[in-house]
Structures are given as structure tokens and as C-alpha cells.
Design a protein around this ligand. Structure first.
Ligand SMILES: [Zn+2]
Length: 153
């Protein structure tokens, strides 16, 4: 038989989101991105303070299993937060006298919102995410970045 015809295989972009990395890889990426401290209590991760990643928007609120929905936290905070909304838990951390990283949370929520805008879908996560961002912006004028509807640069 003759050779396969040298027809071009059209480079159709894969509409499916690329495979997400495994757990260890995700943790490494998140630590590299955010620094090796717990977003909630600020403790240095490593050694006795076991690093984990957790979902910013909880899975029960429709949060996707994407890196954009993950932040680094210590195992204790991760377990204690449970399914609480991120700003609820942030405020609980403050009541306990910890120094949660509100700026990092604002960045994570903003990045997640942008990722959802790009990928589409996530209808359950969107209203929760929007409400959390509004709460953060009310708390921290400026810290949550400009509203994306008025962003200039
Ligand atoms: Zn912690």
C-alpha cells in the first residue's frame, strides 16, 4: 500500500481545558505562585506546618478543580475552614487574632473570575464568587484591585 497521504492534519484547538496536574505538582505550583505561607494564619509552610492546597470557592459552592481555585494553606486551617465561604473564614481568622492575607485572597478570587470568564461555564460558582469579591472590596478599598468593568490598563 502507498504511504499515508501527506495531508495536513488541521491543528484544531482542543476545546477541552488541558489536563490539570496532580496533587504534588499543584501544590508546588501554588507555593511557587503565592509563597510558602498559609493564606489564613500566615504561618510558614513546611516542617511541622504541613502544606496543603484548598479551594478558594468550595466545591460545594460549585468551585472548579482548577489551579486558579487553589491557594496554599496549612492543614489546620484547611480542615477548620471546612466549606465556609472564603470571606467568612477570613473574618473568623481575624477574630482569632491571626493575620490572614486578604490581598492574596482578593488576587485569587480575581484570577479565578478571569479564568471563568475565559473558560465559560461555572454557573454555580459565579454568583458566590461575585458576592465574595464585593464583600472583599467593601472591606478593603483598593486592595481587591479595580473593578474589572472600569479597569483601564
Ligand atoms: Zn493556617
Amino acid at each position: 500500500m502507498g504511504e499515508m497521504s501527506p495531508r495536513r492534519t488541521p491543528a484544531v484547538p482542543d476545546p477541552v481545558r488541558p489536563r490539570q496536574p496532580g496533587r504534588a505538582e499543584r501544590l508546588a505550583v501554588v507555593l511557587e505562585r503565592d509563597g510558602a505561607t498559609c493564606i489564613w494564619c500566615g504561618r510558614e509552610l513546611g516542617g511541622l506546618v504541613a502544606p496543603t492546597t484548598e479551594h478558594v470557592v468550595p466545591r460545594v459552592k460549585g468551585g472548579p478543580s482548577w489551579l486558579e481555585n487553589e491557594v496554599a494553606a496549612c492543614r489546620r486551617c484547611n480542615a477548620e475552614r471546612g466549606h465556609r465561604a472564603p470571606v467568612d473564614w477570613l473574618e473568623e481568622c481575624e477574630r482569632r487574632g491571626w493575620r490572614p492575607d486578604a490581598a492574596r485572597l482578593a488576587r485569587a478570587l480575581t484570577d479565578l473570575q478571569a479564568a471563568i470568564d475565559r473558560a465559560g461555564g461555572q454557573r454555580r460558582a459565579r454568583p458566590h464568587l461575585d458576592a465574595q469579591l464585593r464583600r472583599l472590596r467593601r472591606r478593603l478599598p483598593g486592595a481587591a484591585g479595580p473593578d474589572r468593568r472600569t479597569v483601564a490598563s
